[in-house]
Design a protein around this ligand. Sequence first.
Ligand code: FES
Length: 316
Amino acid sequence: MIGETLRLKVAAACAISPSLRHLRLVAADGGKLPPAAAGAHLQLVLKGATRTHRNAYSLISRPGARDAYEIIVRRVPASRGGSAFIHEQIKVGDVLEAGWPGNLFAPVRTARRHLMIAGGIGITPFLSYLADFAFGGADYALHLCCREDEQHVFDPWLAGKSGVSVHWDTDGRRLDIPALLAAQPVGTHLYVCGPAAMNDEVLELAAAAGWPASHVHCEHFGSALSGGEAFHAFLAKSGVEVSVGEDESLLEAIERIGVKAPCLCRGGACGVCVTPLLEGEAEHRDHYLSAAEREAGRLILPCVSRARSGRLVLDL
Ligand code: FES
């Protein structure tokens, strides 16, 4: 466990539904793992036969735990390979590489109350929040919106926890988000994690209801990471041209040819990978750049964004 990389052994792997797999990972050398706080994620390096995937997953293990990290991975129907790899290839005893845990979605310590809205697998960061809140005695509520046939999938992690409600798309079970937002006391912080459409709806409703932006927090997953049309990029400082395939990100293509590029979340949220764009038009898929920065067209986040024109020139 040296430098920037952790070596993790798969201690347990089991299906908790047809599309969800739970993994328990321990230090390959038998030692202790770096502690991670509530809301942290782990970036796994998944080495397939033809390419390497780097996917980030929320840690659901107890915050501060040093004996094991736990994650739940949904098999994405149109998987680019990372989730399919975890579901089909990984077995107990395998050793995986991972980055150190990062955290872009920690609960706000000064909040008077925490209101969490999760869509399906978007519950995973909140499973670590619950452990944290139970320990600290925080005031909270968690609303999980999921498919009816998945309403009990997360029961092992929710058993005995108060303040948890499960909703699905049936009369009488739908979550009334405007009513929920209107009922919160001043000082509440709102956290949302789910598919992009759900996140956007909750964020819009919160803004319309007058929630201050500083009290609204969102973690995106999934859609921003999917591929698109193949294109070319020229890395001006390195003097090399790279072709970006349909099912890989610009960042992955850059790494594939051995050029080092900064990154952290790999999901368009942290801004660490922001790179000057010298030529070409970007299709921005991040959640970091402002509307004005997108409009100016001088920056790109290679972890998620792609080319709208056939070729980009990056100052990298
Ligand atoms: S690595 Fe975080 S936004 Fe690209």
